[in-house]
Write a protein that binds this ligand. Structure first.
Ligand SMILES: [Zn+2]
Length: 335
């Protein structure tokens, strides 16, 4: 019954399936009778011991699946072989020393390729295939590079190993939109040496530096050098800025000259708007101030001191001292 459900476990016979705490455990056993030594490749059928290998597999219906495989350890029969014993491999199910089945590893690789470490790890956890971001990135790094086809259109650009400190050269295939190589430095000699390996190169897109121009001239003299789109736009924006700033400065100078030549425009004093009630209040205050002033003058004529005048008219001593010939109470002008 269970074997048709697990068709991708060749060489293993399923003994038992249990469900504990939401984890499905599949007990399986290898039924090969002999195995090949990984050191000397000689076959052996002499069993030394048995042990259990635990492999995580693709989840079933949202449940984690654990494969517990009983594998055998064989004795190597070659007297000259440095390995005395070796564990049998289950190459169709898992790689040597791996803790995941090949099919689970392939799904995780697809997640890492599509989403990267952090996002891939989150989705993997939601799909019950727990895997840390670091492990996903490690799986990515182990993926073999695709064979490099002879490139025709390549780009040369700076690659910051550490921004502001150390730079290399990033070389991309612009037709296939993929990275071809990252050189450890951005020296003309290293770039030229790399370009010489590919006589198929016809077009080189590069920045405005002399280094890459020299490298392209030496390494791929057959290729046409073009400026990449980003640098073309940068050239254009810089040219526009130079042109416009010249015109703007001329305009500003003209405006300044006109301002200096024109007669000054004086702004009239604006009187604040007052409501009828506010006007009446202002007038009352003014009348009261004038009356107080006249009273103070009359008292002064009678020879009173400024302290006595201040007390009499009901103002503070500082106002009183102003009565004694101060500026705030000019004798000829009423407040
Ligand atoms: Zn051996």
């Amino acid at each position: 019954m269970t074997q048709p459900l697990l068709p991708d476990l060749p060489g293993l016979s399923i003994e038992q399936i249990t469900l504990t705490d939401g984890v499905i455990t599949v007990l399986a056993q290898s039924h090969t009778t002999q195995a090949s030594c990984p050191a000397c490749t000689s076959l052996s059928s002499r069993i030394h011991s048995r042990y259990e290998r635990i492999l995580f597999d693709l989840p079933w219906s949202g449940r984690i699946v654990r494969l517990v495989v009983q594998v055998r350890r064989f004795l190597c029969l070659q007297p000259t072989c440095p390995r005395k014993t070796f564990a049998e491999a289950i190459p169709a199910v898992a790689e040597r020393y791996a803790r995941r089945t090949i099919r689970l590893k392939e799904v995780l690789e697809s997640l890492a390729l599509a989403l990267g470490g952090e996002q891939g790890s989150r989705l993997a956890a939601a799909l019950r295939m727990r895997c840390s971001p670091d492990t996903l990135l490690r799986l990515l790094r182990r993926l073999p590079d695709d064979p490099v086809e002879p490139p025709r259109v390549v780009s040369l650009d700076d690659w910051a190993w550490r921004r502001g400190h150390r730079y290399g050269t990033l070389i991309c295939d612009l037709e296939r939109h993929r990275r071809l190589d990252i050189l450890p430095d951005r020296e003309a000699a290293s770039v030229a040496a790399w370009l010489k390996r590919y006589p198929s190169i016809e077009i080189i897109s590069r920045d405005r530096s002399d280094t890459y121009a020299t490298a392209a001239r030496i390494g791929a003299p057959q290729a046409i050098q073009v400026t990449d789109r980003w640098h073309l736009l940068k050239n254009l924006s810089e040219a526009l800025q130079r042109c416009l700033s010249h015109h703007l400065s001329m305009d500003r100078k003209q405006q300044t000259r006109e301002l200096l030549e024109a007669p000054p425009v004086l702004q009239g004093k604006r009187t604040p708007y007052l409501s009828p009630l506010q006007k009446q209040t202002v007038q009352l205050h003014r009348t009261e101030r004038v009356a107080r002033y006249e009273q103070a003058l009359a008292l002064r004529k009678q020879g009173l001191s400024h302290q006595a005048i201040a007390e009499s008219v009901g103002v503070g001593p500082q106002h009183g001292s102003a009565l004694d010939g101060g500026w705030s109470f000019p004798r000829t002008q009423k407040a």
